[in-house]
Ligand binder design. Sequence first.
Ligand SMILES: [Zn+2]
Ligand SMILES: [Zn+2]
Length: 139
Amino acid sequence: MHCTNCSEHISDLAEICPKCGVRPYVTKNFCHSCGSSVNSNQAMCISCGTQLKEIKKTQTVDSTNPAIMGLLSFLLVGLGQMLMGQVSKGIVMLIVSIVLAFLTFGLSSLITTPISIIDAVLIAKKKQQGTQVGEWEFF
Ligand SMILES: [Zn+2]
Ligand SMILES: [Zn+2]
């Protein structure tokens, strides 16, 4: 395939173009099939007729939106944290909340869910301000 950013011929499996350092399909300047110049609005390459892939969104969820992260952590304890890069912390929070809920017949969720929400909101706010957040940092 060709790099969609600089038209360099690259491996089909290449995660990043060795020439320009951009991930394929993040930009849409060239056809991935024949390497001819295309417009980012084009759905199909005029030169070879290949269906052009849509520009890949680097992030599907806005992981710095405190409202969204709080909501996700309300739906599932630790989910917001996991999406913000605190994967181990989010998983541990989820496991602990499930174990506690099992032991207390669900009563513990009255405590673990608000903690999860508040933590997700505060961590998202820190990220929004550009503060570096450690994997195990709380609140
Ligand atoms: Zn390139
Ligand atoms: Zn083409």
